[in-house]
Design a protein around this ligand. Structure first.
Ligand code: HEC
Ligand code: HEC
Length: 234
């Protein structure tokens, strides 16, 4: 009984905080997150004897993600994105796009024959697990995948990116501080698939990104993909 009451108080509080946070602008969101973790630290002080630490919980949850996203979020599969080093906000918002039906998920078959996708994964996460795993990936190091690329095309991509995309995807898509997915050094196969998904509408994008994205020709999109694949090393 005591435990159940505790849990529902915890969940109610969590939902309030989260709903509140999504209404805030980026900077205020970060402040809200800091306040939130102050809360968790206090709560943990009370429960330390029974509750696993956030770091342990993060590792436990991430071991499920690793089946597709690789150890520590470094994917060994070219059509599954690496997610190591994505900022907390980036991962939270990405998980939320599946929850809100803004992004279709591809079904993946695991080695043991079971099939699942990101929508099922997100639905299976408790609130506490989601926080823990988001922190876990923010603490990993992004390592670009080394892949062959066309340097001239990547340079063209860099110019277009600087003009149209860098405002949000800082530093050619390299900087986790943008609080967006890191794209520099991401797998080519995954990037090509996501550009296709944006083009076909299987994946939604914000109006502000669309304003810029829709001005790109097919050749310009190829150049930007080349820039990302080069990881800025053109
Ligand atoms: C069965 C395989 C599978 C599992 C398990 C899985 N993912 Fe994914 N994940 C994918 C695939 C495939 C994509 C990209 C394409 C899509 O949406 O289908 C993706 C996309 C993502 C993205 C978006 C990345 C980006 O650059 O946009 C995030 C974040 C993510 N997953 C986090 C997680 C977390 C956290 C877990 C564990 C709790 C997890 N995933 C478990 C297969 C998986
Ligand atoms: C106003 C800000 C903004 C601008 C400008 C912008 N984007 Fe984005 N971009 C976003 C956001 C926000 C997301 C995350 C969308 C989501 O959560 O599904 C995103 C996601 C992406 C992704 C998906 C990466 C992944 O791993 O999931 C790609 C690729 C991308 N943008 C390319 C571009 C390109 C190319 C341009 C320039 C033509 C551009 N964006 C301009 C805000 C922007």
């Amino acid at each position: 009984m005591g435990l159940q009451a505790n849990e529902s108080v915890w969940k109610g509080w969590w939902w309030l905080s989260l709903n509140f946070m999504w209404r805030l602008e980026r900077q205020s969101k970060l402040l809200a997150i800091l306040a939130f973790f102050g809360g968790i630290a206090l709560a943990q002080g009370d429960e330390q004897a029974t509750e696993p630490s956030i770091a342990e919980a993060g590792e436990r949850v991430a071991s499920q993600c690793a089946e597709c996203h690789g150890e520590g979020g470094r994917s060994q599969t070219r059509d599954v994105p690496s997610i190591a080093g994505f900022s907390m906000l980036a991962t939270m918002e990405l998980l939320d796009t599946y929850r809100r039906g803004l992004r279709e998920a591809r079904t993946v078959e695991l080695p043991d024959g079971t099939k699942t996708d990101m929508v099922e994964v997100v639905d299976s996460l408790s609130n506490a697990d989601e926080w823990a795993v988001v922190i876990y990936y923010a603490n990993q190091q992004w390592q670009p995948h080394e892949q062959p690329f066309d340097a001239d095309l990547a340079r063209q991509g860099a110019e277009i990116h600087a003009e149209k995309c860098d405002r949000c995807h800082y530093d050619g898509g390299r900087d986790p501080e943008s609080d967006l997915p890191i794209s520099a050094g991401q797998w080519r196969e995954y990037l090509v698939a996501e550009f296709d998904n944006f083009d076909s509408g299987r994946r939604a994008m914000s109006d502000k990104m669309r304003e810029k994205y829709d001005t790109l020709s097919a050749a310009e999109k190829r150049a930007i993909i080349e820039l990302y694949v080069s990881a800025g090393e053109y």
